[in-house]
Ligand binder design. Structure first.
Ligand SMILES: Nc1ncnc2c1ncn2[C@@H]1O[C@H](COP(=O)(O)OP(=O)(O)OP(=O)(O)O)[C@@H](O)[C@H]1O
Ligand SMILES: [Mg+2]
Length: 495
């Protein structure tokens, strides 16, 4: 690998945001046909480094060398014209445009008459998606598809734009296990057959070990190590990432007392689910597991009055909601809900404290909550989930991806609910932060709340659930006690 000069090299990169140093003297290089993984804790500087690489930031210290030439990119468009394409951590898609339009965004094929060649566009989009194993109608708006498809669309857009250097910032964080497999195959294919060079950011270290030739570890904005994937292990990577061994022990379950049902779903049917029956007790964590399209995320939305159901009942601690209740009613009755999509639930330009206090303004100070009261309410919960940096005034958008997720959870700890419904609680989190958040959920359970963990990540539901309910095609297909020997493979076989 090192006998040819790198296609791309970053030397001594330093990047500051006001007083915060996000990167300091960072070195990174990439060879032709190589997959180079970049790992590190939330806030380590991975996305910032890649934004420099892809032309988003052009104010920084250090050298950028492409094909042996010192350059400074003017913009992402400039980067793309030189063959560098980035798939961002937070999706960049246009939800109201069709799948095909998203794939060809900005470079639609034209007919001889100069109008958009819809037929070619739709055909190519359909073919390319089929190669990846997705048989979908590319004429429908992208927003009608699950996040997994949206992510694949973005990957495809960048690949088809002809990029020879592909930057993937957590490309699999919204994908189901089967979709992850296809993407890994695609990455390996692009690298070995098409000689593309790939930078791969992920918190899933198993995945990193499978795709990467080399792995670079960042910690606190500095290089820690660059190692060959064949010469390292997951355990070694974890200690390089954290700078210590991980204490992976979750709090133990407290003895449950008398059974009390907090959430009861009876014969619930709606567009995306059918005849769902599910009970959640006080002091219990139920994992609701399914692949994208299984209906589990929509069911979670329905519990919060955000997805219509046609028949059946939802009861919280003895109170049954009418069919057309709202999120406001749900909050009032003691339900909290964290969506699987940060983009939808957080206001990126608003301060952290505002994002946290928003649903609680009534509690915090009647009609006129003051700034001081809001910050006083937000700061302790930000500390509790360990948001880094812990600055209530900063806009959420300036936090790293994993830390944004912590804010989304912190929002609901301010006034703990009776029932906590969390979709993909650990999406985008580093190994340490995952553990912190799962510990928070276990502690909730131990305090007597009911927790419903809705996820497509088998590891997440297996780690914390007392009981696991499996959904497939809108129906509950299985229910299992989570005894210690239940395995990821066993769970995946059920769907
Ligand atoms: N636009 C910005 N303004 C101010 N600070 C920023 C901005 N973007 C990033 N930062 C800060 O720079 C540091 C590095 O953030 P970055 O997003 O690069 O982390 P990351 O390694 O990608 O983390 P994650 O795994 O959570 O995505 C963090 O402390 C973050 O808060
Ligand atoms: Mg990031």
């Amino acid at each position: 690998m090192s006998d040819t000069p790198p296609i791309l090299e970053l030397r001594q990169i330093t990047k500051r945001f006001g007083g915060l140093t996000a990167l300091e003297d960072v070195n990174f290089d990439l060879h032709v046909g190589e997959t180079h993984a970049l790992v590190g804790e939330n806030g380590a500087g991975k996305s910032t480094l890649m934004r420099i690489l892809s032309g988003v930031y052009n104010e920084y210290d250090g050298d950028y060398i492409l094909d042996g030439q010192h350059i400074r990119l003017a913009s992402p468009r400039d980067a793309l014209s030189r063959g560098i394409g980035m798939i961002h951590q937070e999706l960049n898609v246009m939800p109201e445009l069709s799948v095909a339009e998203n794939i060809f965004l900005g470079r639609q094929p034209l007919t001889a008459m100069g109008s958009v060649d819809w037929r070619t566009m739709n055909r190519v989009a359909e073919e390319e998606l089929r190669k990846l194993g997705f048989n979908i109608n590319v004429r429908l708006p992208l927003e009608q598809y699950p996040l997994g498809i949206q992510q694949v669309t973005e990957v495809l857009r960048v690949i088809l734009s002809g990029a020879r250097i592909l930057i993937m910032d957590e490309p699999t964080s919204a994908l189901s296990p089967a979709e992850v497999e296809r993407l890994i195959q695609l990455v390996n294919d692009l690298r070995s057959r098409h000689k593309r060079s790939i930078i791969y950011i992920s918190h899933f270290l198993d995945e990193v070990m499978r795709v990467a030739d080399r792995v670079t570890v960042l910690r606190d904005g500095r290089n820690v190590a660059t190692v060959n994937a064949t010469e390292t292990s997951k355990t070694q990577l974890i200690s390089l990432i954290l700078g210590r061994e991980m204490d992976a022990v979750l709090p133990s379950a407290s003895e449950s007392t008398a059974k009390r049902t907090l959430l009861s779903i009876k014969d619930l049917s709606g567009g995306a689910f059918e005849n769902v029956n599910l009970d959640l007790d006080a002091g219990e964590i139920v994992g609701l597991y399914g692949l994208f399209g299984a209906g589990h995320f929509d069911l979670a939305r329905a519990l919060f009055g955000m997805f219509r159901f046609d028949s059946g009942t939802i009861t919280i601690d003895g109170y049954s909601f009418p069919t057309n209740f709202t999120a406001r009613d749900a909050i009032k009755k003691g339900l909290a809900y964290v969506s699987e999509s940060r983009r939808k639930s957080l206001f990126m330009d608003e301060a952290n404290y505002r994002n946290i206090t928003l649903p609680h303004l009534g509690h915090i100070g009647g009609f006129w909550p003051s700034y001081a009261k809001e910050v006083a309410a937000a700061r302790p919960v930000m500390e509790m989930v360990n948001v880094q940096p812990c600055k209530p005034d900063n806009p959420v958008g300036t936090l790293s991806g994993g830390n944004q997720q912590k804010v989304a959870i912190a929002r609901w700890i301010t006034y703990p609910p009776k029932v906590f419904v969390v979709s993909e609680p650990t999406r985008g989190m580093d190994v340490g932060a995952k553990n912190e958040v799962l510990s928070i959920l276990v502690n909730f359970r131990n305090q007597g709340y009911g927790v419903l963990v809705v996820s497509s990540e088998p590891e997440t539901v297996l780690a914390v659930s007392d009981r696991i309910v499996v959904m497939s095609r809108g129906k509950i297909v299985s229910e299992l006690a989570n005894t210690g020997d239940l395995q990821k493979e066993a769970l995946m076989r059920l769907i």
